[in-house]
Design a protein around this ligand. Structure first.
Ligand SMILES: *Cc1c(COP(=O)(O)O)cnc(C)c1O
Length: 415
């Protein structure tokens, strides 16, 4: 059967097969240590594997699936838009984008928004906007941004330089200059550095996410805002993980009664569809004019149709009231869990439905024990396991998740 074997197509195919047999790397760049789980579909706070196993989802795609999986409201918004128009360029007016921007402006400190496809891109623009602001002010020598150690702003060159952790930056230098990391949450350190001539902004997460679920106390947020005002520098808050209802307010900064000049949003805002945004005051955004920034996909009709549907549901006092009530149930359950497993847990911390369990054994062991008990959690730095359920998780699923965490802790403690 020689016929056909020597055709150019067949030869190319053969060559590709031989090549595949000589490489060790997986077709997917191995930058993640993945759990041996493949999910096929989701229903609310549950994920179902290809084998039909059901897992209670306390991870929500790392604070992304704010309304759970396959939420009918979001499915309807997505499919209705998909049937009309997926994408048009930002060369034109986009009605869905304008509607979402107006909603975000109405419900926040901001006067203006730029839409992105991710939190990283929003952080990238935040850094650019800060620099442009000071250039417009005639002080381009002010470019240094004070950040906190242990922060996470994404994986772009600017975002890793901003966070500065060894794990993220190693091997990727030389880094973008202009960032100084201070000890996490250290207001005195900010006071010490902020009055220098080159300081442009202070940038941090009001509730540390990847770094191990640590809320900056309201009094400290107020003090940092006051220091920024006194020094005349910009306050940039990264609410990519803690925004969009996660803490029980639409945005975490609201708890402290302050407002930033610039803020990054992402994760929950698309409810699972890739979407991010940079929010800013008119003053902070004044250097950004036509041609100074752009994005092919950012704010496209499909993403914004879903974003509008998320905001319709989340940005209401009733929904946020329910988030706070559910957060109370979760916290109460977690306090009890920690009390009954002193060998496994050190403490509960967090805000709203953004909770962390600081562990005694390696946190990864609890995450794995969770898989065995069919509950999904997420590790974080500082030996913390994150619990980030959907904001509309039914009370019964909170109780079920707590039972499964208890089983996981029992399995771990018994070793
Ligand atoms: C996840 C995250 C980012 C990065 O968002 P991506 O969508 O992954 O680019 C930035 N900041 C914080 C606080 C985050 O949690």
């Amino acid at each position: 059967m020689r016929s056909g074997v020597d055709t150019p197509m067949a030869l190319r195919h053969q060559k590709a097969l031989i090549h595949r047999n000589t490489v060790m790397i997986s077709p997917i760049l191995p930058t993640y240590n993945r759990a041996p789980l493949t999910f096929e579909r989701g229903e609310g706070s549950w994920l179902i594997t290809t084998d039909g196993d059901r897992y209670l989802d306390f991870a929500a795609g790392i604070a992304v699936n704010v309304l759970g999986h396959a939420n009918p409201v979001l499915v309807e918004a997505l499919t209705a838009q998909a049937n009309k128009m997926w994408h048009v360029s930002n060369l034109y007016h986009i009605a869905e984008q304008e509607a979402l921007a107006e909603r975000l402006v109405e419900h926040s400190f901001a006067d203006t928004c730029f839409f992105t496809n991710s939190g990283t891109e929003a952080a990238e623009l935040a850094v650019k906007m800060v620099r442009k602001f000071w250039t417009t002010e005639g002080q381009p020598e002010r470019f240094r941004i004070l950040t906190f150690e242990g922060s996470f702003h994404g994986r772009s060159s600017a975002a890793i330089a901003a966070a500065g952790s060894e794990k993220m930056v190693k091997g990727f230098g030389p880094l973008l200059p202009g960032f100084t990391q201070l000890p996490w949450g250290d207001v005195a350190a900010i006071r010490e550095h902020i009055f220098a001539d080159d300081i442009a902004a202070v940038m941090f997460e009001p509730v540390l996410g990847e770094g191990g679920i640590r809320p900056v106390p309201d009094a400290d947020l107020k003090a940092i805002r006051a220091l920024c005002d006194e020094a005349g520098v910009l306050l940039v808050l990264d609410e990519v993980q803690c925004g969009i209802g996660r803490t029980g307010k639409l945005f975490a900064y609201e708890w402290a009664g302050i407002s930033p000049d610039i803020m990054m949003v992402g994760k929950g805002i698309g409810g699972g569809f890739p979407l991010g945004a940079l929010l800013a005051t008119e003053n902070a955004a004044k250097g950004m004019t036509a041609g100074s920034h752009g994005s092919t996909y950012g704010g496209n009709p499909l993403a914004c149709a879903v974003g509008n549907a998320v905001m319709d549901v989340v940005a209401t006092p009733k929904f946020l009231g329910e988030v706070n009530r559910k957060a109370g149930l979760l916290r109460q359950g977690l306090e009890a869990l920690v009390a009954s497993h002193p060998d496994v847990f050190e403490e509960v911390r967090g805000a709203g439905l953004m909770m962390g369990l600081k562990c005694k054994p390696p946190a990864g062991e609890l995450v794995n024990a969770g898989y065995a008990a069919n509950v999904l959690t997420v590790g974080a730095a500082d030996n913390v396991v994150r619990l980030l359920p959907a904001l509309n998780i039914p009370d019964a699923d909170i109780a079920e998740g707590l039972q499964r965490l208890d089983a996981a802790a029992t399995a771990l403690g018994g070793k």
